[in-house]
Design a protein around this ligand. Structure first.
Ligand code: HEC
Ligand code: HEC
Length: 220
């Protein structure tokens, strides 16, 4: 089962390769336009609110695709739909180029909510196991093949980076894929994975992916 999953994952990677938008977007123009986004996504795209995703350091192509998907209704969200409809196609490239150029603030600064979890280490090591190896019992594909070993995708692939993303947002968007509130993943790339996962596994993997480049690196 895991071998079959690895094969579709590799095939899909080819589909997801795209030319990078950074060349088309103007970072300075994007910075001006991003004023409208700051209140929720943070001053440099590093969100302070657990349910609002960070955009700093995110793949420009991925940001452009999400704005298009909110506009077309492929991705549904009461807040973002109207905002996306107000962004012109040119501006979406500028904004995406600006956010991609911003440095992600290590999520370790927001560690307070993780400290409250009773068995932090067990949760993170379950997350690491699933992220790196997948789950042979359920057929869950490993995440690193698409999202990168350190949670940072290779530039040029239309796949979001996960490292330092707000963990609560990761949990809620993965659950959205599972309950079909979110269905804008090409070739059901994410839906076929989350369908194999329990809520506990989703939480473990979200914390692990978010803290990938901060907490765990420091410990190792
Ligand atoms: C009132 C708060 C608010 C404002 C203002 C706002 N956003 Fe959002 N944005 C959200 C929320 C909430 C989500 C998560 C939606 C979901 O869960 O599907 C989101 C999601 C996104 C995503 C998808 C991120 C991902 O990782 O998939 C992009 C891209 C985005 N917003 C861009 C923008 C841009 C560009 C602006 C400014 C023009 C903006 N947003 C303004 C609240 C906001
Ligand atoms: C075959 C490639 C592939 C694999 C393997 C994969 N993903 Fe994804 N993932 C994607 C793509 C493509 C998207 C973007 C979907 C879209 O366009 O909205 C995505 C989106 C996501 C998102 C949404 C991010 C955001 O900012 O909204 C999360 C979270 C995520 N993946 C987590 C995971 C986890 C955890 C695993 C392992 C259990 C995993 N992915 C395995 C391709 C993959």
């Amino acid at each position: 089962m895991s071998i079959i999953n690895k094969n579709w994952a590799v095939g899909l990677l080819c589909l997801l390769f795209s030319f990078n938008t950074l060349a088309q977007g103007d970072v300075k123009k994007g910075k001006l336009k991003s004023m409208a986004c700051m209140g929720c996504h943070g001053p440099t795209g590093n969100s302070f609110v657990p349910s609002f995703p960070s955009l700093a350091g995110q793949q420009a192509d991925y940001i452009v695709k999400q704005i298009q998907d909110f506009k077309s209704g492929e991705r549904q969200n009461a807040v973002m739909t109207n905002i996306a409809l107000s962004i012109s196609d040119d501006d979406s490239h500028h904004i995406a180029a600006y956010y991609q150029s911003q440095i992600k603030t290590p999520i370790i600064k927001n560690i307070a909510h993780l400290e409250k979890l009773t068995d932090k280490n067990a949760l993170l090591s379950l997350g690491k196991k699933l992220y790196d190896n997948g789950n042979p019992n359920t057929g869950q594909a490993a995440c690193f093949t698409c999202h990168g070993i350190n949670g940072n995708t290779l530039l040029g692939f239309n796949i979001p980076t996960l490292a330092n993303q707000q963990p609560k947002y990761l949990i809620s968007t993965l659950k959205d894929f599972k309950n079909r509130k979110r269905t804008n993943d090409i070739e059901r790339a994410m839906r076929r994975i989350v369908d194999t996962m329990s809520d506990e596994e989703i939480e473990a993997i979200s914390y692990y992916a978010s803290y990938l480049t901060s907490t765990l690196k420091e410990k190792e």
